[in-house]
Write a protein that binds this ligand. Sequence first.
Ligand SMILES: Cc1ncc(COP(=O)(O)O)c(C=O)c1O
Length: 329
Amino acid sequence: MGYVGEIMLRVVDSILELIGKTPMLRLNRLAKSEGIQANVLLKLENLNPSGSYKDRFIRMVENAEKEGRLKPGYTIVESSSGNTAIALAMIGAVKGYKVKIFYPKDVWQMEKKKILERFGAEIIPVPLEETEIAKKYGVHGARVEIPGRIKCKELEESQPNVWWARQFSNPDNVAAHREMGYEILEQTNGKVDVFIASIGTGGNFLGVAQVLKDKIPNVKCIAVEPSQWPGWIDPLSKEAKFIPGITGGIIEEIRKSGLVDEIVYVSNDEAKDMAYKLSRMEGVFCGMSTGANVHVAINEAKKLKADQNVVTCAVDRGDRYLTDERFIT
Ligand SMILES: Cc1ncc(COP(=O)(O)O)c(C=O)c1O
């Protein structure tokens, strides 16, 4: 792809210009070791400036600016314990906004906290006891972030100059991932047989699947879910192991979208084993949800012929999970 080289050699005025347009890696060694003929293509979203595809939320921020919902001097707020928080902190740092992140207390991942601090974000821990309310309303697995969302709402209603990004309901989340969908079309010359995405907010799945289904009638779109989502348990207990970033209980809007051809469940060990294989065989240092994506991609590719393409994403970098892999992002 010519444009990738051009991008690498560009001189830019802001790191935000380097968001998106990520290269794609054909996983040759991994595929060969499994006797696979088809192409397993990994979109390297871990190469985004803050290390994940959530940097694409620049669209969310810029649309809010365009529509006057976010203005100079405002504070960006969000409830997030992971990549979204880091991406907003990075974007806020460059654009000069304060960023306030509500984070579920006691589920700190040391690396993520330090990254957020380095970008200058304010981090406000929300006690887990408040998740009673999440138990009551939680249909989606990202329940640990619900108390934080309540805090965001309170702040937005009680204080001026606050913009809540609302990744779970802001349509610009899906719109940001539609841009990735167009990039995938370009990189594959419009030939995608299977697309695979693990589900948190569903933004990646919905955005890319919308674009692909529109252009490629027979494309199969698979949503990945964790098979061992423990439901509601004490996140501090030893049993509380998660694939960070993907949470059990697919949200209803995704089911109803008509875009899901299949839901595939992946265990913690399957995700972790594949993430380790990606580092050791392909040099891709990624998180566990990428491992889950590629685990499914490999299984799908086994069913396909030589010229067929399976596409999925390297969601984020692995350095944020070095000391603790068990917590949700
Ligand atoms: C590590 C990781 N994997 C997967 C996902 C799922 O992405 P999405 O929210 O677009 O469904 C997220 C998002 O929260 C994430 O942080």
